[in-house]
Design a protein around this ligand. Structure first.
Ligand code: GUN
Ligand code: ZN
Length: 426
């Protein structure tokens, strides 16, 4: 058996309230099958590892790879598009850009750039929107499968309120999605998400097809957008006057459940929160996007109050950074504006095991329990002079983590490992 051991400070979470931290720790990886063998203090583990290669990292911190629960790979080039809120931003910037993804070569080049960017930022798994074109998702899965990254992706279903060339039909979206599920769902580390873009761009017939897909493929995921922007919400109630709320549109078509991820959830009422909790559907908090598009202030406190499963995500290209550290930074500030303090250990729990749980993947990724997939990152505390200076003055783990999330970005990621293999080194 090929074993590699990594010696460093090590942090991971056993649950939302249980942190395991080793100041001088060892992570033992079965590098042949890419899984974690064990983790513990160097003092205890070193004697058993006499024959094993030990890679030592100084002034570094090993933690599980970050997980991003909402991101659009065709929007790499949409980042930093000036001056609009959601609906105009979609029409003026996003839809024109997504038209390019009919070209498999362009899709493949962008998918590779996108995956490199994720890994450079320490993100090893993500729930990803493709474009409406099945070619875009084909290209994405090929690129991810080659890297052996655990990714969830889906072809966008949209058949109205968008340019003609960006619209499919209820039947074609049903067939293309099912064909992609047959080819890619659970192939290696790839997983499929049924992806109606949002209620505005789908007819009733298409939402019905999405529900049918979910029923026929119970291990697949469902991802969409919900209650992000006030004008969007008003448009949804015009389009679906027969439904009691935006969430009720999705509910009516059978799209709620523990494998369903609703991005944004900025403007929900008590009934919505209760229904999400009841169905164990999850809300994905996208702080940089909500600020950039002026959408509003997500209430982390309310999701918790009502026991709604909640995760955190970048939402690139509405979001402005691939970095989960930057995302935690902006999440903290949004919570501050709501008189709630996002504690650093909770923030890093969310970005790792917490996000894994909302994706029903906590048996595979998110921490260093033995047998899990060995996706991990090496944090570099000397990434900038300011980070180095600030970290040297931190006295507690909370201070270390809080400084990391407030000052850190891609420069703080020293190395990224996917299934036990180094895939990015600064
Ligand atoms: N709602 C529907 N489509 C999108 C999208 O691409 N980005 C965001 N932020 N919201 C959406
Ligand atoms: Zn989005």
């Amino acid at each position: 058996m090929a074993i590699t051991a990594y010696r460093s400070s090590i942090l991971h979470f056993l649950s939302e309230t249980q942190t395991e931290y080793f100041d001088d720790g060892i992570l033992v990886v079965d590098s042949e099958n890419g899984t974690i063998q064990q983790v513990g203090p160097a003092e205890t583990l070193l004697p058993q590892l006499a024959q094993v290669d030990v890679i030592e990292y100084e002034n570094k911190l090993i933690m599980p790879g970050f997980i991003d629960t909402h991101i659009h790979y065709p929007q790499v080039d949409v980042i930093a598009s000036y001056g609009e809120q959601l609906l105009d931003w979609l029409n003026n910037y996003t839809f024109p850009t997504e038209l390019q993804f009919k070209d498999p070569e362009f899709a493949s080049e962008t998918a590779n750039f996108f995956l490199n960017e994720l890994l450079k930022n320490g993100t090893t798994s993500a729930l990803v929107f493709g474009s409406v074109h099945k070619e875009s998702v084909q290209a994405f899965f090929e690129a991810s499968h080659q890297r052996n990254t655990r990714m969830i992706c889906g072809k966008v279903m949209m058949d109205r309120n968008a340019p003609q060339d960006l619209c499919d039909t209820p039947d074609s979206s049903f067939e293309d999605s099912q064909a992609l599920i047959n080819e890619w769902h659970e192939k290696g580390r790839q997983l499929y998400a049924i992806t109606p873009r949002f209620a505005i761009t789908s007819t009733r017939e298409q939402l019905e097809k999405a529900g049918e897909l979910l029923k026929n493929n119970p291990t697949a995921y469902m991802q969409t957008h919900l209650s992000e922007n006030k004008d969007e919400i008003a448009f949804v109630s015009e389009l679906f006057p027969e439904r009691s709320s935006y969430l009720d549109v999705y509910d009516h078509y059978g799209l709620l459940g523990p494998r369903s991820v609703f991005a944004h959830c900025v403007h929900l009422d008590e009934t919505d929160y209760r229904r999400l909790a009841e169905t164990q559907s999850s809300a994905s908090f996208c702080p940089t996007s909500n600020l950039f598009l002026g959408s509003g202030l997500f209430s982390l406190e309310d999701t918790q109050k009502y026991n709604v499963p909640v995760s955190i995500a970048t939402d690139v290209g509405g979001g402005t950074s691939f970095s989960m550290l930057q995302t935690l930074n902006e999440a903290y500030k949004i919570c501050q504006l709501r008189d709630y303090s996002l504690a650093p250990q909770k923030a890093f729990y969310m970005a790792t095991l917490g996000n894994a749980k909302t994706l029903q993947l906590e048996d595979k990724i998110g921490n260093f329990e033995s047998g899990k997939e060995a996706d991990f990152i090496v944090i570099d505390f000397d990434s900038t002079p300011l980070m180095s200076r600030k970290q040297s003055r931190c006295k507690t783990l909370d201070e270390v983590l809080f400084s990391l999330m407030m000052l850190g970005d891609d420069r703080a990621i020293g190395e990224t490992y996917v299934a036990g293999k180094s895939v990015y080194k600064k």
